[in-house]
Design a protein around this ligand. Structure first.
Ligand code: HEC
Length: 175
């Protein structure tokens, strides 16, 4: 039931309908791109997206890095960075694959998405889309904030409460 509600809510948000109270919350910008994440965070996975011609690099802050198998919520202060890299293409513009069958990332970063969890941050988020204490931020490849509303971020991640609202970090559901 909750899952279906979230799916309907997600569809409504993608159609441009606002959640009551969200506009006020959206004025508060809390998530930033963490300095030095590419060297200090754990690069824990890469996801190929051939349809979008990107490879997503997923980074987890050191305080959470050892907890991927713990089956419990990620700790306060966890930051997850998702960096989209343009994929290598051939002369015709089609993506190419390496010897391992995976897409080949270039150094060009096209977008950065960040989620961060801080005690009390959920209090400001309208209950209908709240993801515990997580907040979201969208940035361009240079790390400049993109002026996009984050409602859709909350709505699409919301059904994944059993994995602390992340798709990829926890390797098994929370106990
Ligand atoms: C329509 C669904 C959808 C929306 C909207 C969405 N995400 Fe996600 N997000 C995903 C999926 C699916 C993944 C797993 C990686 C993949 O397969 O692309 C993901 C992964 C992530 C991750 C890596 C951690 C994890 O959960 O695995 C971050 C960080 C993230 N998203 C941030 C954001 C931000 C910021 C926004 C809004 C600007 C956003 N997302 C909007 C579906 C969504």
């Amino acid at each position: 039931m909750r899952r279906r509600f979230a799916a309907v809510l997600g569809a409504a948000l993608l159609a441009g309908l606002a959640v009551p109270g969200f506009a006020q919350f959206a004025q508060t910008t809390r998530v930033a791109v963490p300095a030095g994440y590419a060297t200090s965070f754990l690069l824990y996975d890469k996801v190929d997206k051939p349809d979008r011609k990107i490879i997503r690099f997923l980074y987890l802050s050191p305080n959470a890095a050892g907890l991927r198998d713990a089956g419990r919520p990620l700790p306060d202060g966890t930051v997850i960075v998702m960096e989209d890299h343009a994929a290598e293409t051939d002369a015709a513009g089609n993506v190419v694959t390496g010897a391992d069958g995976r897409l080949v990332p270039t150094a060009r970063i096209t977008a950065i998405a960040v989620m961060e969890k801080r005690h009390g941050w959920g209090d400001l988020v309208p209950e209908a889309i709240r993801n515990a204490d997580w907040d979201y931020g969208a940035f361009d490849g240079a790390g400049q904030r993109r002026a996009v509303p984050t409602e859709a971020c909350f709505a699409c991640h919301k059904p994944h409460g059993a994995r602390d609202y992340t798709f990829s970090t926890l390797t098994r559901p929370i106990d």
